[in-house]
Design a protein around this ligand. Structure first.
Ligand SMILES: [Zn+2]
Length: 226
């Protein structure tokens, strides 16, 4: 295998990784804009591939500048199509600055958390289990609303909610999942920790946090994993 072919294979791998990761993110834009940016993406990737294929199979000299420019456009442009500023994030009551969000299952989710969730979601789907997010990243205004519901018991079923600024929904590592479906909950109990997701609130079966691969499944809530 010569160098050009190796380069081609690695770029195909990168493009495929881009595709599989980003296609699961829904763009936070109108339908017409989504169609446009997806066709721009396709145009860029096919142009990149064509340039390389020509250089290998038709023995044309590789135009390195063209390859580099296309690769940079993809690298920089693609995340920009799928990510947006979701506002100020908080940890332990203090602002940690703004975060980039993407849309997963129709909900705003911090980009890194979205990647990790999608990896787990794919694994569950392979076993016929369909994970869904009911609540992702929350702004201060939304957390204030939920906290008020918890105090008054007049909304959000009076569910427990952390003090505004102290919820892990506000820094993006927490997701509320569709655990009302027994198959979903039992799959999570058996498998989520393999993907770095654990339950952290004993009274909330639906609340899961990404704490990193290798976190024991009962690190926070005892007796909730197999
Ligand atoms: Zn939650």
């Amino acid at each position: 295998m010569d160098i050009a072919e190796q380069l081609y294979n690695s770029i195909v791998t990168i493009v495929n990784a881009f595709n599989s990761d980003f296609v699961e993110f829904e763009e936070p834009r109108s339908r017409s804009k989504r169609l446009n940016s997806q066709s721009v993406f396709k145009l860029l990737t096919s142009s990149l591939q064509k340039t390389i294929v020509q250089s290998i199979h038709q023995n044309k000299p590789m135009n390195f500048y063209k390859v580099i420019v296309l690769a940079i456009l993809l690298w920089v442009g693609l995340p920009a199509l799928y990510a947006y500023d979701c506002g100020e994030a908080y940890r332990y009551g203090k602002s940690i600055g703004n975060k980039d969000c993407t849309t997963v299952d129709g909900k705003p989710v911090v980009v890194e958390t979205g990647y990790k969730y999608n990896t787990m979601k794919r694994a569950a789907a392979a076993k016929g289990v369909s994970l869904r997010i009911n609540s992702g990243f929350r702004t201060m205004k939304e957390q204030k609303y939920f906290y008020n519901c918890y105090l008054t018991k007049k909304c959000n079923s009076g569910n427990k909610a952390a003090k505004p600024g102290y919820s892990n929904h506000q820094n993006g590592i927490a997701l509320d999942l569709n655990t009302k479906e027994p198959a979903v909950y039992s799959w999570l109990v058996s498998n989520a920790s393999k993907y770095g997701w654990v339950r952290t609130v004993s009274s909330e079966k639906w609340h899961w946090e990404y704490r990193g691969e290798g976190t024991p499944c009962n690190a926070f809530v005892k007796y909730t994993c197999k």
